[in-house]
Every structure is written in C-alpha cells, then in structure tokens.
Design a binder for this molecule. Sequence first.
Ligand code: WQD
Length: 340
Amino acid sequence: MSKILITGGLGYIGSHTAVVLIEKGYEVVLVDNLSNTREEVLDGIEQITGKRPVFYAMDLAEKQQVSDLFAREKDLIGAIHFAAYKAVGESVQEPLKYYQNNLCSLIYLLAALDQIPGSALIFSSSCTVYGQADTLPITELAPIKPAESPYGNTKQIGEEIIRDLCAVSDRIKAIALRYFNPIGAHSSALIGELPLGVPQNLVPFITQTAIGIRERLSVFGDQYPTPDGTCIRDYIHVVDLAEAHLAALERILGGGMPENFEVFNVGTGQGNSVLEVVHAFEAATGVKLNYAIAPKRAGDVIAAYADTQKVEQVLGWKARYTLEESLAASWAWEQNIRKK
Ligand code: WQD
C-alpha cells in the first residue's frame, strides 16, 4: 500500500484529502503543528473512513523534526504539502513569520523527498499568484503578478523553489495546484473548516451569521465593475478539491509526466459574485441572511475564476458539486459543530 505524507493533514483541505486518499486505498501519515486546527479532527477522519491514520504533532519548520519523521516513516513515497500559515492580513503585519514558516517547511520537506527516488510532491498553491488577471477565465499561462501579500508571495516563491529543484533532480516530480476559493464540507458534516477566531473568508462568515454568532455579514463593496457591483470568485467544493489532489498524485505515480514539474488551476470554471453567493445560500438553506454593504476591502481583486481546460484534459478531473450543494454542506457543518 503506497504511503503518503500529508502535511497540514488536520487542516481544512488536508483532512478532506486524507479521507479521499484513505478511501482510495492509500496509507496516509498526517503531520500538523495544530496552530490552526485541533487534534480531534482525527476523530472525524476515523469516523468517516473507519481508519485512524498515524498522526504526528510537529513543526515542519524545524529541520531536525523533518529528518526524524522521514527516518521513522521510511517507506513514504510522496507528500501532499498543505502546511502553511495562510491569513493574508496577518502576513502583511508579520512577514518574517510567514516567510520563515512557509518557506523553511517547504525546503526541509523537499530536501527529505529528494532523498527518495521516484518521490512525488503535490504543492498547495493559490490563484492569488495571478493577482487581478488581465484575462478571464484564468489559464495557467496567465502572468504571475507581483504578490499582494507576503502570504501570496510565499506561494509564488514556493513554486519557484520546487521548479528549480525539479529542473536538476531526477528523484522527485511535483505538481502545484493553484486553488481558487475552497468552500463546503464533507457530506457527513464530521469534518469541515474549523472556525478559529473571526472568519476572514466569505462563506464561514455567512454560516456564522446565519447561525447567529455574527450580527450581520458585511459585503465588502458593491461598486466594482461587475454585473451586481460585488466581487466575483470561483467557489469550489472542498471534496472536489481533495479529489483533484488524488488525481495529481496518481498522475505522478502513474509515470509519464513529460516534465518534472507541472501547474494546474483548480476551480469550477464558474464565477459567482458575493451577492450571488448570499442569495444561493438563502435558496439552498431557506435561511434569510442579514447583510449590509460595507466599504471595499484593501487587496481584493475584482474577479477571479478558473479556465479548467488543462486540469480536465491532463488530470481528467472536473468539479462535480454546484455552488448551492457546497453552501448547503457548509451550513450542515456549521450546524453540526454548534451542537456540541
Ligand atoms: C471572497 C469575496 C471579499 C468576507 C482568500 C485568499 C486566497 C485563498 C482564499 C488561501 C471577496 C468578500 C469576504 C466578508 C465579503 N486563501 N467578502 N465579506 O479573498 O477571494 O481569497 O481566500 O489560499 O489566497 O486571498 O476569499 O472568502 O476572503 O473573499 O464581502 O466578510 O468575499 O471581499 O470579494 P478571497 P474571501
């Protein structure tokens, strides 16, 4: 059974990817520093899959801890690397925390994988590397724009580090997945996006407003050059996103990659405005949402949604869930975690 390391494995996308890999027959080893999640996520993974993966609480930004991990888990053949700090606003205030954590973790992981002939790396990247793309939908050939935050810069630099290693090493192959906007939760509502602190992202703020934790949703600006004046994004169900990681992993392990490093945009290909998401949530759940228009948020791009031709044709992957299904799943998760 192929053994795969999932870093950030108790996080939102990491935990959903662990479920998909386990259900596909992979053995997974999860590592997480628990800075933005809780160990009980492991219980949800076990309840869903019937298996409790090996878990190490550790800091990938500590080189010795990474070496010890690979010495202990000798038969790892690859890694899916989610572990990173990801709060855009915080990264502006604390750049060195982001560069040190996100880049050292990646470098130490790559150094370990590069000792394993035939190893595979899937890297969690982001559509944020495109900034405000000049052309929509966004293809992988769109120019990389100067990062709008240290967080986004760690994704750009991370891709460059991987590209440079894959250019000279014949021991490792890598795929970077540039996510659009992950939302939703597993159908069991046993895992989802853990609400730690005030949500920065739209959908967790919507569900917390709907359940009464937040007074109202602030819609950050309605004077953008879009049909209804609010920003447009590509909201992808987290289970669809998890399955894209499986497809990428199997592309590498299946052999036949013409290059040692490939990049894919992973989205639904559909753009929806903030107000469309609000109204889709109300339609999907029957819950009336309290919201008010507020000033625009610094750093927001007007519109971003994926051109999915490459990921569909090369990885054979396509998003299956609709926006309404994703929002209903987010709502079911919010209701479930508030029961405890
Ligand atoms: C979506 C839209 C907001 C909250 C970020 C990161 C990106 C990736 C995904 C990590 C925007 C609007 C939001 C609110 C609102 N993260 N909004 N009221 O900014 O597209 O992407 O998360 O990889 O790197 O940048 O997602 O959910 O924050 O915002 O009106 O309370 O919702 O203005 O238009 P974003 P988001």
